[in-house]
Design a protein around this ligand. Structure first.
Ligand code: HEM
Length: 533
């Protein structure tokens, strides 16, 4: 599973010396060790309690020696017949499924696919009894209720028995699309995050589980040492949690983790007094749609990085607000102009794309790469800003769905000029993706002249460090505008290598020309995402 983006907290207050909760990504495979099993053990050993939102104890079990995730991976790779079908795919009727409901013979259906979980029983971090609740039946709903983020297709890949046969009416469709089903994107049904908490003597972790590839955003605001507002952004909805904590915690948090792929959000706070809490405190939750709020930021850094473009780092005033944008989302920056207020959308970039070495990187800081248009009032205003100047920023906005790209392994990216910024946020998320690993990610980057190219060296370095990524520069002054001649060869490869998804960002004329060409090349609109520059 991809490493969650580990986001550094601001560095103002003294940083506690304790390590953040460990999430271990195993080298050479994509499975992630449950991040809290060890904590659970530690906590029981300490006499500290953990609990769920409903007050029920968490059900994660200590696994028997020899039944770790690593052991399971070894077993999967050993060639053992875990499905019990000797590698054959066998369609399963519901009545057949119901017969396999014993610990020693356990099948389970999830999203139309039947898995033989008999050998997985002792490896299940939730324990045998919990897993047994789902055997002999379609356990999709139960599975999602408990842990929608768990990457079961990967964990149980070797346990696949076959498709679950539906009733006569839907049978044909199910069978016809079974190959696709294995990779079908998750339905865009909306879900509310599930809240849970865990603790160690000296720290408290607030966890929010959404769903795999949900690509959540996060806003965190400190009201006082015991009061915290936490909002999880899913698509366009904010799920708001107002916490009254049991006792005081330090600010900023020790760590904040947001997994675009796992859909898991974890905020770890240091307790001011290290002692076990009987409960985390209380919280009220609500849901808000389209929020038009603005938040005040101040300029940390503003400097040119090429002949007509500059980088800008903005930090939330007093670092009281931490913000994590979903991949591919943007913010509006508001500036005064002739007695009015103007807003322009910009996609923040991670600090790795910035040239300034002294730039402070934390969730309180947002970094931007901006092209200065002489006649553009917003970029001209921003361009003149000095450290300490204040600005208003909107909340994150966007309509990019990471799950839409789930089944695609060969993806073409088209960027023109400053349209590179949303593409920059997508590249690492895709390269880090572990389920249905990316095979080829190619960027065609259009600029007028050589000197207009942004981040040439950094893009080159990425290309060298990950062979799946390639960047081709196209200078429109020499090669002309985007054309069918340029794009067509990229869709001529063998079916296995052919690009099946295109994400693009550029000026309107560029986007519409590219869309026209893609239509001519028979690329469906569902296989294209256009970021509005
Ligand atoms: C549908 C029946 C199932 C039930 C009722 C169930 C229940 C549970 C429970 C209660 C936990 C502990 C959650 C916690 O408090 O952190 C858990 C963890 C886990 N289960 Fe299941 N489970 C089911 C099916 C599965 C299947 C089929 C898999 C295999 C892919 C699986 C993989 C896991 C993993 C990897 C964890 C650790 C998750 C984490 O730490 O985030 N479970 N399960």
């Amino acid at each position: 599973m991809s490493e969650d983006s580990m986001l550094k907290p601001p560095t103002i207050n003294k940083l506690p010396t304790l390590k953040p909760p460990a999430v271990t990504a195993l080298a050479g495979n994509s499975l992630q060790l449950p991040s809290t099993a060890q904590q659970k053990l530690n906590n029981s050993a300490n006499g500290a309690s953990t609990g769920s939102a409903t007050g029920n104890p968490r059900n994660k079990c200590a696994l028997k020696p020899g039944y770790s995730l690593m052991n399971w991976i070894r077993l999967c790779n050993s060639g053992a017949d875990l499905s019990g079908t000797a590698g054959r795919v066998v369609p399963v009727s519901r009545s057949e499924l119901a017969k396999h409901n014993q610990v020693g013979d356990a099948w389970m259906a999830i999203r139309g696919k039947v898995f033989n979980v008999t050998r997985y029983m002792d490896f299940h971090p939730g324990g045998v009894d919990e897993l047994m609740r789902g055997v002999g039946r379609d356990a999709t709903k139960l599975f999602d209720e408990v842990h929608a983020w768990v990457n079961y297709p990967q964990l149980l890949g070797k346990c696949y028995v076959g498709p679950l046969l539906q009733t006569a009416a839907v049978k044909k469709e199910t069978l016809a699309t079974d190959a696709e089903l294995m990779q079908a994107p998750l339905p865009p049904t909306e879900i509310a995050p599930r809240f849970d908490w865990i603790q160690q003597r000296s720290e408290l972790t607030l966890c929010f589980y959404t769903r795999r590839l949900a690509n959540p955003g996060l806003l965190l605001k400190r009201q006082s040492a015991c009061e915290l507002e936490l909002r999880v952004l899913l698509a366009a909805s904010w799920h708001v949690y107002k916490f009254q904590l049991n006792a005081a915690v330090d600010w900023p948090p020790k760590s904040v983790r947001v997994g675009a792929e796992t859909g898991k959000v974890e905020v770890t706070l240091a307790k001011q007094l290290a002692e076990p809490w009987s409960k985390y405190g209380t919280h009220e939750s609500s849901k808000l749609e389209a929020l038009d709020e603005l938040h005040e930021f101040e300029v940390l850094h503003c400097a040119h990085f090429n002949h007509d473009s500059f980088e800008l780092s903005l930090q939330s005033v007093q670092r009281e607000l931490l913000l994590h944008l979903p991949v591919g989302y943007h913010l509006d920056i508001e500036v005064p102009y002739n007695g009015e207020l103007l807003q322009r959308s910009y996609t923040p970039v991670s600090e790795t794309w910035m040239t300034a070495e002294a730039v402070d990187s934390c969730l309180a800081t947002q970094h931007f790469l901006i092209k200065h248009y002489e006649a553009g009032p917003v970029s001209s205003y921003l361009h003149e800003l000095k450290p300490g100047a204040r600005l208003q920023l909107s909340l994150p906005r966007g309509n990019f769905r990471l799950s839409q790209l789930e089944k695609h392994r060969n993806i073409l990216l088209l960027a023109a000029g400053s349209g590179l910024t949303p593409i920059l946020s997508v590249i690492p998320a895709l390269l880090k993706r572990n389920s249905n690993r990316i095979e080829r990610l190619q960027l065609l980057y259009f600029n007028k002249t050589q000197q207009d190219i942004w981040l040439q060296e950094k893009l080159q370095a990425l290309q060298l460090s990950d062979e799946r990524f390639t960047c081709q520069h196209i200078l429109t002054q020499e090669a002309g505008r985007i054309s069918q001649l340029l794009l067509e060869p990229h869709f001529k490869q063998s079916p296995a290598e052919r690009f099946t998804f295109v994400a693009m960002c550029g000026p309107t004329g560029f986007n519409s020309a590219a869309l026209d060409i893609l239509t001519t090349l028979n690329i469906k609109t569902t296989e294209v995402h256009v970021f509005q520059a």
